[in-house]
Design a protein around this ligand. Sequence first.
Ligand code: GUN
Length: 296
Amino acid sequence: MTEAQRIDGKAFADSLRGRLTQEVAALKRDHGLTPGLAVILVGEDPASQIYVRNKGLQTEACGMLSVTHRLSATTPQAELVALVEALNADATIHGILVQLPLPDSFDSDAVIAAIDPAKDVDGLHVVNAGLLATNQPALTPCTPLGSMLLLKDALGDLTGLHAVVIGRSNLVGKPIAQLLLQANCTVTMAHSRTRDLAALCRQADILVAAVGRPEMVRGDWIKPGATVIDVGINRVPARDPALAAEGKTRVVGDVAFDEAVKVAGQITPVPGGVGPMTIACLLQNTVTAAKRIAKI
Ligand code: GUN
């Protein structure tokens, strides 16, 4: 039996970053414009610290200005909002990202609402969410944008395909459903309360898993030949019990890859699928925001 083709998100992201590096050099040369990204990390969450470090390194590698603000978890909400407002007014900064999740004491919606929508490179402000929902030019959340680039590269025209999205988050599930609709898919949104999820998933030509539950989607949930986009990044104990006992971990997606690869037509691996696309799309959104702000 032939196995599913693996969708290589790392290679796609590398080439996207290469194109962005050239575009940034041209913006500097022709317009004296250096796109700038500010990332705010509140607290000590280990996974968030790794993400934020990688965002900074890749922003600089592309030739852009990178600024990282690290705040303690006990920072008052008003101080965080004041920092966002200062970055809104800073002409060297074109993109602002507040790393999520924020510690429990913060009101995330209020913090996101303080970001200038023109600099909201995460696409989470209600203005950008509304623009996306009404098919107007918006800054689009990075993981959905990256997933769509991979899907269109893998399948070409998506018109008429049935896409099932598992997960209804503002960060991934809802925006990816909007993008699939714009691409003329028939979209079904599923979530933790959906009845007979496995049977629904078996109807999907495109299955997007964004639930944050390790290997929840089994091989027999997948229609033979379907395209599977696995958005999950879950840390679980190492396969080898001796290593697991030492606390060693590995990263798996929301899809049981070893089962799914035997049924699907194409599938994103974890790691190396959607994950690398997220930062590449953040850089793309920063370039887009800088050009719009500078009216280029
Ligand atoms: N945490 C995990 N993914 C993301 C993301 O795309 N944006 C932000 N701001 N926080 C995240």
